[in-house]
Ligand binder design. Structure first.
Ligand code: 5GP
Ligand code: ZN
Length: 116
């Protein structure tokens, strides 16, 4: 459920501070420490799931709760009118650096495609 060496588990438990922006039963949102856009929120499952690739069949409700919280925050933060990007980096080639599943909610500026 929780990994004692995981930085996002420590944020979820309150052991490490973060600017919390919202939560629901399965998910928690907080500001990214190193924002890549005017709004950059991380949405995580409250339990330790390592990555998108590691989600087990009975764990999809956690992902659904993350998506639901991301949509709620996008509205609350005023991003729904102009648009936003949801990113889930996965594994080495995906650029994942923290191995506790997380969804990046990015907005407040136009974004390019394709990603680098
Ligand atoms: P990844 O590259 O794994 O998709 O994204 C990890 C994200 O976590 C990065 O955007 C990084 O800035 C953020 N991050 C890493 N450590 C911390 C931390 O201790 N607190 C917060 N709020 N964000 C963090
Ligand atoms: Zn964790």
């Amino acid at each position: 459920m929780s990994d004692p060496n995981c930085i996002f588990c420590k944020i979820a438990s309150g052991a490490i501070p973060a600017k919390r922006l919202g939560e629901n039963v399965h998910a928690l949102a907080f500001a990214d420490l190193n924002p890549q856009a005017p709004t950059h929120v991380l949405v995580i499952p409250k339990v330790h799931l390592a990555s998108h690739a590691a989600i087990a069949p009975d764990q999809w409700p956690h992902l659904s709760a993350m998506q639901e919280l991301a949509q709620k925050l996008a509205k609350e933060l005023g991003l729904d009118a102009t648009g936003y990007r949801l990113v889930m980096n996965t594994g080495k080639d995906g650029g994942q650096t923290v191995f506790h599943l997380h969804l990046h909610l990015l907005g407040g500026r136009p974004m390019s495609w394709p990603p680098g």
